[in-house]
Structure formats: structure tokens, C-alpha cells
Design a protein around this ligand. Structure first.
Ligand code: PNS
Length: 160
């Protein structure tokens, strides 16, 4: 059986920590779908969903077993619809662990045994989050060491 895993997130914006998880998890599973959460009724993201998809597609173009999609609603429903077997998540610190453990337990209980596979964030990226990247960018800091070029380009554009 080919293990098909889903790596879900807002990716608003994609940063180097995300890319590291995509690269590492794609080596462990047969197929990896990066799933971008989109709430069309309440889209408060800094970057529009099409922009986030575009960045991810550009940055994963060389990974043969990685695809990029968007999803709405509950993750367990999306994973079931796609016939995927597991979810991939990253843990940077104890706060992530608390939050992600709760999500993983709920998703396993409500998702018919859906398992979450956790990868520890690489030390180099363990302090990077999309929230911090956006804050730094807003105040004019140089975030080029934290995000790929495609993200920098998108942040620099006035449109979403
Ligand atoms: O990058 P983020 O914002 O940390 O990603 C969070 C995400 C998208 C993985 C999470 O919010 C999610 O799974 N949302 C879909 C709604 C859902 O299934 N909630 C689960 C409650 S247990």
C-alpha cells in the first residue's frame, strides 16, 4: 500500500520551516498532499488562497510525490474524501505539542482512527512561524532568511 499523507495548514505565508517538513515527510510517504485551509466566508489571511497555492506549487514543483490542494471545513472530512491515510504535523516546542496533541486525539477519535505523524521542526526553523514572519515584514524587517523567494515576492505585492 502506498501511504498517502496530508500536510494541512494555513501557509499564510509559507516559510522555510514548512518547506523543511514538506521535504522530509515527502521522503517518508508514497504521496504527500499539502492542503491549504480556505474559509471563503471568513478569509482573514494576509495572502489570498490562490497566492498561497501558487507559492506552494512553485516551491514543490521538483517533488514528484507532492501535490498541493485547498480544502474547506473539517480536516477529517477532507482526508476521508481524498482517501488519505494519515496527517503530517510539525512540532516546534512544548506549546505546539499541547495544541497539536489535542487536535490529533480529536481527529483520531472523530476521524475513524485517523493518525497524525509528527516531525520535530529542524532546530534552524524551530523559532519561525507565519505569524512572526508577517509581523516582522509589517515593520520592515528583512525576512529573507526565513522564507523562500516566492513568499518574499508575494508579500511585496500590494494585492493578496
Ligand atoms: O497552519 P495552521 O493555521 O496552524 O493550520 C491549522 C489547520 C489548518 C491544520 C487546522 O486549523 C485545521 O485542521 N483546520 C480545519 C478545521 C478542523 O478540522 N479543525 C479540527 C478541530 S479538532
Amino acid at each position: 500500500m502506498t501511504l498517502h499523507a496530508v500536510y494541512p495548514g494555513s501557509f499564510d505565508p509559507l516559510h522555510n520551516g514548512h518547506l523543511d517538513i514538506i521535504e522530509r515527510s515527502s521522503r517518508l510517504v508514497g504521496a504527500l498532499t499539502v492542503a491549504v485551509l480556505h474559509n471563503p466566508l471568513k478569509d482573514t489571511a494576509r495572502l489570498g488562497v490562490e497566492t498561497r497555492l501558487g507559492i506552494l506549487r512553485e516551491m514543490t514543483a521538483d517533488f514528484e510525490n507532492v501535490s498541493v490542494e485547498t480544502f474547506e471545513g473539517l480536516l477529517i472530512d477532507y482526508v476521508r474524501r481524498r482517501g488519505a491515510h494519515a496527517v503530517v504535523k510539525s512540532i516546534r516546542n512544548a506549546a505546539d505539542f499541547e495544541y497539536e496533541a489535542q487536535m490529533a486525539h480529536l481527529n483520531r477519535q472523530l476521524g475513524g482512527g485517523l493518525e497524525t505523524l509528527f516531525l520535530l521542526a529542524a532546530p534552524a526553523w524551530s523559532f519561525v512561524s507565519s505569524t512572526r514572519v508577517k509581523e516582522l515584514w509589517r515593520y520592515g524587517a528583512d525576512v529573507s532568511g526565513l522564507v523562500p523567494g516566492a513568499t518574499l515576492k508575494a508579500l511585496a505585492k500590494p494585492s493578496r
